[in-house]
Design a protein around this ligand. Structure first.
Ligand SMILES: C[S@@+](CC[C@H](N)C(=O)[O-])C[C@H]1O[C@@H](n2cnc3c(N)ncnc32)[C@H](O)[C@@H]1O
Length: 262
């Protein structure tokens, strides 16, 4: 069994096809307008995965850096950075991808904004990880730069993930893929373990079975707010959706904005 995103990288985008990154990027730009005096020119997409948000924002004119700890996810992201327009005309979006840990990464200088999308913050599972990550983000933000991220809520861990099992099914390049998930959530530690079994069809019609383990940690709203404050951030707000909707206990995701005070 592999850990993290080794086997899932190739099918990751298909499994997340319901996420509307264009609408999410609209929300990111609306947040820039709300919290920054002008558009940031350089933006870091932390735990960028296959580069869905990175590519979307690069296409809108931002210079992007994408950091992720998975070679396989970055490999998919790098391929997506090429845009074809007409025969033999290829353009590479202005994205620098770096294979690094989100708790302890190094950039060449500071950036105007840092994003961390699709519950990547919940992948920080050890005590002290959250603070390590927030401190490093703070270090590489311009004074008053913004940090935008989302988390899976306690409600989602307790009632949606829980100890549930589910199957996702799709077709990739004409071949079927089935992904089964079995979750184990421990309320005391806040840790949710996900055991994934992926069946993907080969060209000869036979199926290959692969297994992967992933782990997320539940954080309460207060834990996030306190960690931000302890790491030099001013908490700016939390939204339940891409329209700055008010949050409540039943939301599955909270979108958080913070400003680096320096
Ligand atoms: C749920 S995916 C989200 C990817 C991307 N942000 C998106 O919107 O599709 C979580 C990502 O976090 C990355 N990740 C998890 N732990 C990490 C760490 N300690 N350092 C860097 N990346 C990490 C994984 O490799 C994976 O690409």
């Amino acid at each position: 069994m592999t850990e993290g995103y080794e086997i899932i990288a190739e099918v990751y985008d298909k499994l997340n096809k319901d996420i509307d990154y264009s609408a999410w990027a609209d929300f990111v730009e609306a947040s820039f307008e709300r919290y920054l005096p002008h558009k940031p020119s350089l933006v870091l997409d932390l735990a960028c995965g296959t580069g869905s948000m990175t590519t979307e924002l690069a296409g809108r004119g931002y210079d992007m850096i994408g950091v992720d700890g998975s070679e396989q996810m970055l490999s998919v992201a790098s391929e997506r950075a090429y845009v074809n327009f007409g025969e033999e005309n290829e353009y590479r979006l202005p994205i620098l991808y770096l294979l690094q840990d989100m708790r302890d990464f190094e950039l060449y200088g500071t950036v105007g904004a840092v994003l961390c999308c699709l519950d990547s913050i919940n992948y920080l599972t050890e005590d002290g990880d959250l603070e390590k990550c927030f401190k490093t983000v703070h270090n590489y933000l311009d004074p008053d730069g913004v940090f935008l991220f989302d988390i899976n809520t306690p409600h989602k861990f307790r009632n949606i993930y829980g100890d549930n099992a589910y199957i996702l099914e799709d077709e990739i390049d004409g071949q079927s893929v089935f992904c089964g998930w079995q979750n184990f959530f421990d309320e005391k530690s806040g840790i949710c373990d996900f055991y994934l079994t992926l069946f993907s069809e080969n060209e000869d019609g036979k199926y290959v079975r692969e297994e992967e383990h992933q782990r997320e940690r539940m954080y309460t709203f207060d834990e996030i707010k306190n960690a931000l404050q302890n790491c030099g951030f001013e908490f700016l707000g939390a939204s339940s959706d891409y329209n700055f909707g008010e949050i409540n206990e039943k939301n599955e995701r909270w979108y958080i904005a913070a400003r680096a005070k320096k």
